[in-house]
Design a protein around this ligand. Structure first.
Ligand code: FPP
Ligand code: MG
Length: 295
């Protein structure tokens, strides 16, 4: 992974912007799922590390913009760029990181730059859909799946596909399908952890999604299970800051209807679907660790 950092720093070194380096140092300590996939599929090489750096820069740029949109003050347990420098700087630093990633993406063959380029368009329209869906209580599971495919899975799909293209795998499209299903499983797990994990583990408040107006899969399933008064109560809590008692009520309902286990099962099904796409035992471990992670 040091080589990924090396390339990321190389990309931005001529920009001489102090906050980009700080951000790379402090916040760039995520799970790096996308890079893990690339290195397992394409095997380590200078080109593969450079592709990882391109994808991680795009991912970080998208998080910088996402934190402005979500008005998030923390990211991975450290203050977000918008919290430190304000929205304007965070947006422009995201633009810089994103553009420099694209500049470096042009050194790869056309199919690779096309698939990553398309993923960024999907990712951005997924974020827009996420914002639009947050305007009222979304009970439509299909819209939720469309949104998480675009917002999260598209870049994971492109990472797996681009890695397969990099080493000229004949079944590159199967890796694409693998990445797509893994990406959907990943976002479902993320949405579950928002409910089950505490603030210290998450690096952001617990039950934050619902407060932000995000009706994730567990909430859609709970809404469907609840009757009359309780359904009304859940919907009244949508996009509100809740007190301890209200938060406990939501958690009790999740437990009563076994929603968390049911949601994990769906994530697992997507994980299994992903593994059926490729005959690559190295990827099994990544899928399992991703589904049973704690943050
Ligand atoms: C996190 O979602 C956000 C994303 C995965 C995508 C964000 C995409 C954009 C802002 C489009 C702009 C793209 C570029 C490249 C500049 P979340 O809010 O559900 O997750 P979180 O809890 O990690 O914030
Ligand atoms: Mg966010």
């Amino acid at each position: 992974m040091d080589k990924i950092d090396f390339y990321m720093n190389e990309f931005v070194k001529d920009l001489k912007h102090k906050s980009i380096f700080e951000y790379l140092k402090n916040v760039n300590q995520g799970k790096r799922l996308r890079s893990k996939l690339i290195l397992k599929i394409a095997q380590p090489s200078d080109e593969a590390y450079k592709l990882c750096a391109v994808i991680e820069c795009i991912h970080l740029a998208s998080l910088m913009h996402d934190d402005v949109i979500d008005e998030a003050l923390t990211r991975r347990n450290t203050p977000s760029i918008n919290a430190i420098y304000g929205d304007k700087t965070a947006i422009m630093l995201g633009d810089i990181l994103y553009s420099i990633a694209f500049y470096n993406l042009t050194s790869f063959k056309q199919e690779i730059s096309a698939c990553v380029g398309l993923a960024v368009a999907l990712l951005s329209s997924g974020e827009l859909l996420d914002v639009e869906l947050g305007e009222s209580f979304n009970e439509d599971e299909n819209k939720y799946y469309e949104m998480i495919y675009k917002k999260t899975s598209s870049l994971i799909e492109a990472s797996a596909y681009a890695a397969a293209l990099l080493v000229d795998k004949k079944d590159a499209l199967n890796y694409k399908e693998f990445g797509k299903n893994l990406g959907i499983a990943f976002q479902i797990v993320d949405d579950i952890l928002d409910i089950t994990q505490d603030e210290a583990t998450l690096g952001k408040p617990n039950l934050n999604d619902y407060k932000e107006g995000k009706v994730t899969l567990p909430y859609i399933m709970l809404d469907r299970a609840l009757k009359d008064e309780d359904k009304k109560r859940l919907r009244a809590y949508f996009a509100q800051t809740l007190n301890k008692e209200e938060q406990s009520w939501i958690k009790e309902q999740f437990a009563k209807y076994d929603i968390i286990n049911k949601s994990i099962k769906i994530a697992q099904e997507y994980g299994e679907k992903a593994l059926k796409c490729v005959d690559n035992p190295d990827l099994q471990d990544i899928v399992k660790k991703m589904i049973f992670r704690e943050f």
